[in-house]
Every structure is written in structure tokens, then in C-alpha cells.
Design a protein around this ligand. Structure first.
Ligand code: NAD
Length: 454
């Protein structure tokens, strides 16, 4: 969010500096989040496919083994390549990068302490300030992270060996993605989720189907289960959980705590400088991302809304444009969400369950990936696409899907919704054949019960 906002501000003629404590720009996403986890998801998916599916394709591959060190080195190289790209982008846009940890003193003054890359203590004055400090993993009070047996996602992307038994606490995006990585590498993985379903706010049918697919891949998933205490011993970790009132004992060599993230406001000095926080501890902003200090803005995970890199990026652009006197805007109703398991799970807009809860009159069209020609050819038939449209106006309210390339497919739905499109628009749009994107068209046709291939 920060670097994207900085680039847009520089494009608009501002003199811009970024203060970053880490060695690299790019935040959680590029350094220890989205990017390294996707590198590992790609590597492990190749391995898993080779092991489980090659024979079916007539490919004989014997003695498949893992070189975990090399896999991790490739992941690090991916991160470093992007870090290098960001350094170049800063130079190109004449943005000054100050390596250090910032504390806000007042609405124009920032004190900087040396960061991970060295640097020196200094004071920076600015006309406008954008806070884009992101978030950090929440830890459980009875299970402090030691970085070895009890880890958060930052460390779970860099384990030195494949744990024999891994327990993942939290069945959200982080939990499910990293559970997939280590399970594919041979770990016996158990996911413990407190809520009745995994994946957060997806529709119940999507969550249920995802759970079934992941269980078929070898994950053990306990929903309605809360880990309540832990005993970290020399050899491993013993956990006590309650499942629907019953006690459940779990053992692990490594426990990954993935129970959500908290905004990074500590050390920032925001409150002391007069910035108001919300009840949930995030920085309070108005519709122009202004904090209670009018020339201090905040974007991304540190303010309300989904903690997603693409939401932060768009907010960064919007604030830069507002500062330049333009109408910066982000549509909060149309922000896609993706879980990068295999298949991927994606959604945008309103779900069927939420629409029903709000008593909206809706029409729903569903199409199984197993009826899509390209998905069959690709050996990727798990999942389905669901289109949710307003019953009277036919305007598309949302889309949810489980599909191998759902992260890319969802873009079409996002664009359609940005233009206020209908299921009819989607149904009459020509889609290249054969593509998995045709499943979206078919689901749109199914809204009026006229899907061709199902
Ligand atoms: P999350 O809030 O999405 O999921 C955490 C899960 O842990 C919830 O389902 C919650 O019910 C469960 N939980 C909490 N306490 C528990 C307990 N004691 N026992 C069992 N279960 C418990 O958080 P996350 O997966 O840690 O991700 C953090 C943030 O980062 C989220 O906002 C997420 O959307 C974002 N993120 C997104 C992506 C992506 O877009 N693919 C990837 C990683 C992270």
C-alpha cells in the first residue's frame, strides 16, 4: 500500500519519501506473505501433481524427491527479484527511501530510528503523511511463538525441515495455504478451526466443498474446535482443544498459529500524536482516508476493511489522487478475495448466504467444473462457479467459485460488477473455447436455468 501510494504520488508531482524499517520495501506481502507463500504453493503443487497425477497422464517419473533447501532458495530468489524491482521503481520515480522505524511526533513531524538495513536516527518533516504500517500475526496467550516449535506465518514459509506432524490453528487463508504447502511435502497436517466452517466468510456450500477437497488431499480438518491450552515440551507440542463440548488432544512437532492479524499501531506513536483509533484498535479514517489529524492519512491493514494487499494498493492510489485534488475512490463492495489452495477459492461481492440473511430476492446459477471441457482436459475438475444476481434487476451481486485458476477467473466478475453488469451480460459475452472461464458464462446462463453443458 505504501510503495504503491508513493509511486502514484510521485507520478502526480509530489516530492515523496518512504520510511521503511525492513531491509526491503514491499511489506508483509512481498517479504513474508503473499509472494513467498505463492512461490512455495507453486513448487509444492508441481511436486504433488507429479507424484499423484503423472501416471494418469502417461508420464513415468520415478524416485521423486524433495530438496527443501533448493525450494526455499527459489522462494527467496523470487522475493529478492521483486525487491530489486521495487528499488528500481523508487529510483525511476525519484522517491527517497529512508531505512528506519518511524514514530509520529505531530501532524508534520516523524522521528526515525535506524532500520534493519542500518541508517541513522533523523527527523523528517512533511506536509502530508500516509500511514501504511500494515499488520502482524496475532499470537495466542498460552502459546508464545518460539520460531521453531510454535510459529507464525513469517516462519512457516521458512521451516528448515518438513515437520512430521503439523497442527495449524486457524482455518483462514493463511492456515489453509500453509497447511497445503506442508501437507504436499509429506507432513501429517491437522487444521483446527473455531468456527463451523473453514475459509471465513465464503458461502457454506463453498466452504463445505473446499473442506471435502482438502480432506481428500490428506488434510485433517476439525471445525467448531478451539485450542484452549498447550504444553510445549522438548520433543513437541501437546494441545488440548474442545470440540463441541468434547475434549480433543492433539500432538505436533510444529504448531502454526494462524488466528488472524492485528494492526501495526504499536511504536507508531499515532495515539500520542492525537490520532483516534476505532474500538477494534485500527486507525480511524473518514471516506477520504483522513485520520483525526487532517493531513495524516492511513491505508491498508492498519485501517478497517479486509486485510488484503490489493485493497491497500488501491487505497494508496486513491489517497495520492485525493492529495492532488482528484476524486480518489475505492469501491468497498467489489474487492475480490482468494484462498490459494488447490483448487483456488475466490469470491467477490455478496454471497448467497449473506443475501438470504438480508432477505434480498436473488437468483443463483451454479456450474460444476467437472462439466467444463478445458477443466477435464487439464485434469482440474474439482469445484464449481456460482453467480448470485438480483431477482428483479438481474444485476450481479456476487460470484463465488472453487476452481484451479479461480484467482485469475474472478477478475472477469470484478470487472463486470464494477460496471454494474447483469447475469445476462455475462451469459451473452463470448468466451474463448476451450477455457475454464466458460464455466463463468455457464453459471451465468444457469441463473435463468439455460446452461448449455449441464
Ligand atoms: P483469518 O482471520 O482469515 O482466519 C483465522 C481463523 O482462525 C478464523 O477462521 C478464526 O475463526 C480462527 N481462530 C481464531 N482463534 C482460534 C482458536 N483459538 N482456535 C481455533 N481457531 C481459531 O486470519 P489469517 O488466516 O491468519 O489471515 C490474516 C489476514 O491476512 C486475513 O485478513 C486474511 O484475509 C489475510 N490474508 C489473505 C490471504 C489471501 O488473500 N490469500 C492470504 C493470507 C492472509
Amino acid at each position: 500500500g505504501g510503495y504503491v501510494g508513493a509511486i502514484r504520488a510521485a507520478q502526480l508531482g509530489f516530492k515523496v519519501a518512504i520510511i521503511e524499517g525492513r531491509k526491503n520495501l514491499g511489506g508483509t506481502c512481498m517479504n513474508v506473505g503473499c509472494i513467498p507463500s505463492k512461490a512455495l504453493l507453486a513448487s509444492t503443487e508441481h511436486y504433488h501433481f507429479a507424484k499423484e497425477r503423472f501416471a494418469e497422464h502417461g508420464i513415468i517419473a520415478q524416485d521423486l524427491t524433495i530438496d527443501l533447501g533448493k525450494m526455499m532458495a527459489r522462494k527467496d530468489a523470487v522475493v529478492n527479484q521483486l525487491a530489486g524491482g521495487l528499488t528500481m521503481l523508487m529510483k525511476k520515480n525519484k522517491i527517497e527511501v529512508i531505512n528506519g522505524w518511524a514514530t509520529l511526533k505531530d501532524d508534520h513531524t516523524i522521528e526515525v530510528a535506524p532500520g534493519e538495513g542500518g541508517g541513522e536516527a533523523l527527523t523528517v518533516e512533511a506536509e502530508n503523511i500516509i500511514l501504511a504500517t500494515g499488520s502482524a500475526a496475532i499470537e495466542l496467550p498460552f502459546l508464545k511463538c518460539d520460531g521453531k516449535k510454535v510459529v507464525i506465518s513469517d516462519q512457516a514459509i521458512a521451516l528448515p525441515e518438513v515437520p512430521k506432524k503439523l497442527v495449524v490453528i486457524g482455518g483462514g487463508a493463511i492456515g489453509l495455504e500453509l497447511a497445503s504447502v506442508w501437507s504436499r511435502l509429506g507432513s501429517e497436517v491437522t487444521v483446527v478451526e473455531f468456527l463451523p466452517q473453514i475459509g471465513g466468510s465464503f458461502d457454506a456450500d463453498v466452504a463445505k466443498q473446499t473442506q471435502k477437497i482438502l480432506e481428500k488431499q490428506g488434510l485433517t480438518i476439525h471445525t467448531k474446535t478451539k485450542v484452549e491450552s498447550a504444553d510445549v515440551g522438548k520433543k513437541g507440542v501437546k494441545l488440548k482443544a474442545s470440540q463441541d463440548g468434547k475434549e480433543l488432544d492433539l500432538e505436533a512437532d510444529v504448531v502454526l498459529v494462524a488466528v488472524g492479524r492485528k494492526p501495526n499501531t504499536e511504536g507508531l506513536g499515532a495515539e500520542a500524536a492525537g490520532i483516534k483509533l476505532t474500538d477494534r484498535g485500527r486507525i480511524a479514517v473518514n471516506e477520504k482516508w483522513q485520520t483525526s489529524l487532517p493531513n495524516v492519512y492511513a491505508i491498508g491493514d492498519v485501517i478497517d476493511g479486509p486485510m488484503l494487499a490489493h485493497k491497500a494498493e488501491e487505497e494508496g492510489v486513491a489517497v495520492a489522487e485525493i492529495l492532488a485534488g482528484k476524486p480518489g475512490h475505492v469501491n468497498p463492495e467489489v474487492i475480490p478475495g482468494v484462498i490459494y489452495t488447490s483448487p483456488e477459492v475466490a469470491s467477490v461481492g455478496m454471497g448467497e448466504d449473506a443475501a438470504k440473511e438480508q432477505k434480498r430476492k436473488i437468483k443463483v446459477g451454479k456450474f460444476p467444473m467437472a462439466a467444463n471441457g478445458r477443466a477435464i482436459a487439464n485434469d482440474a475438475t474439482d469445484g464449481f462457479v456460482k453467480v448470485i444476481a438480483d431477482a428483479e434487476t438481474d444485476r450481479v451481486l456476487g460470484l463465488q467459485m472453487i476452481a484451479a485458476t479461480a484467482s485469475d477467473l474472478i477478475a472477469e466478475a470484478v470487472l463486470l460488477m464494477e460496471f454494474g453488469g447483469s447475469s445476462e451480460d455475462l451469459a451473452r459475452t463470448v468466451h474463448a473455447h476451450p477455457t475454464t472461464a466458460e464455466s463463468i458464462k455457464e453459471a451465468a446462463l444457469a441463473v435463468e436455468k439455460r446452461a448449455i453443458h449441464a
